[in-house]
Design a protein around this ligand. Structure first.
Ligand code: GTP
Ligand code: ZN
Length: 357
């Protein structure tokens, strides 16, 4: 019999009578597919989600463990989302360009994964700063990051790039693979134990679908031929999904994962740039802006080369993007809180016969 433990379920609280735990494997519009011990069921959200949820983060997404009211003739009802052990969110600019959006919502796109594969292709656009940026997000998410350098069959010499990655990122495992020749795929087995969940981070065209295919060993997703002009693959996923691999591990591949922007990455930035932030304590002034101030530890580290300019700029740009997003989010949270107070007040007013006390 199928047990939900195979899907990574860890029972952390008693399941009330009449409810069934499950894991969301797919989300299309408002329809969920949920794996349960009674098999795969379709489900919708209990109505109260729509009026009680204050933030879109309260809504379940692919990877979530939920409690269902089971229905064997129609849609089951999702009544509760269980606590998440990891998550990826993207900043949802509500259809606007980042600079013009008035509000930014945090949208959760994948949850409860154990490992984050950060993919970069060896043949083009190789960029360690981008890997660092993804690393910040991965550390923030609660998953364990692993760096995967793809398309090894297309390069004759991968040593220089591998060395650069290992030099600049010493505390994260790095693997060189080819999904086409299957080079290095066996090395990934250690991350693919039964019940483990993996997510893929990486730019369009780096070979996420190809790796997933190679791991699934059959064509679950159609990998489209590479476009000649810009050597990028076309987006091949159309809806969110959690895949079970033959090994018993799972991969979450959602469209949201592909357009991930930094979201509230404070902790991840601290973890990635602890050495940089340690300098701040050594500046003469506590409010040092590290620009022109005398006695600035950052400026002197830049001058004597102990802090690389590139790393400092990387820190600044990750910080400013994160600050921008946070600012907009705080604005939104305050606004929602006010609306809620207004709602409560108007309810009270209605109860007391329409007149304010
Ligand atoms: N030579 C070679 N080509 C690869 C390898 N992996 C992927 N490709 C090619 O790279 C292109 C893009 O691969 P995809 O797997 O679609 O990339 P993706 O990251 O899923 O792309 P998006 O769906 O746009 O996010 C395709 O033409 C693949 O055939 C590899 O190991 N070797
Ligand atoms: Zn300073």
């Amino acid at each position: 019999m199928m047990t939900l433990k195979n899907y990574g379920y860890i029972e952390t609280e008693d399941v009330p009578d009449g409810l069934l735990p499950g894991r969301i494997t797919e989300l299309r519009r408002e329809q969920f597919t949920v794996m349960t011990e009674r098999g795969e069921v379709t489900a919708v959200l209990k109505g109260s989600f729509y009026y009680q949820a204050d933030m879109p983060t309260d809504f379940p997404c692919v990877g979530d463990f939920v409690l269902l009211r089971y229905n064997n003739i129609g849609d089951s009802l999702i009544v509760k989302v269980l606590p998440r052990r990891s998550k990826f969110s993207r900043a949802d600019y509500a259809g606007h360009a980042a600079g013009y959006a008035k509000t930014i919502l945090e949208q959760v796109v994948a949850t409860n994964f154990d490992v984050v594969f950060i993919l970069t292709s060896l043949n083009q656009d190789f960029n360690v700063n981008r890997i660092l940026r993804y690393l910040t997000q991965a550390r923030q998410s609660g998953g364990k990051p692993v760096i995967i350098l793809t398309k090894a069959d297309l390069v004759t010499e991968d040593h220089a790039m591998l060395t650069e990655v290992k030099q600049r990122i010493s505390d994260v495992p790095v693997h060189v693979i080819s999904s086409h020749t299957r080079l290095g795929l066996n090395e990934l087995d250690t991350y693919l134990a039964p019940g483990q969940t993996v997510v893929f981070l990486g730019m369009s065209g780096v070979g996420k679908s190809s790796l997933l295919n190679a791991l699934i060993e059959n064509d679950v997703m159609k990998v489209q031929a590479i476009r000649e002009d810009d050597s990028r693959g076309r987006h091949t996923t159309t809806h969110r999904q959690l895949f079970m691999l033959p090994s018993g591990a799972m991969v979450i591949d959602t469209p949201g994962m592909r357009e991930l922007g930094l979201f509230d990455a404070d902790e991840g930035i601290h973890a990635s740039f602890a050495d940089v932030e340690a300098l701040f304590a050594q500046c003469r002034f506590t409010d040092c802006r590290h620009k022109t101030e005398p006695g600035c530890a950052v400026l002197s580290a830049l001058a004597d080369g102990s802090l690389q300019h590139e790393r400092w700029e990387n820190y600044i740009s990750q910080q400013s993007e994160n600050k921008y997003v946070q600012h907009k989010t705080n604005y939104l949270i305050e606004k929602r809180a006010k609306n809620k107070i207004n709602r409560i007040q108007s309810k009270q007013t209605n109860k007391s016969g329409g007149r304010k006390k």
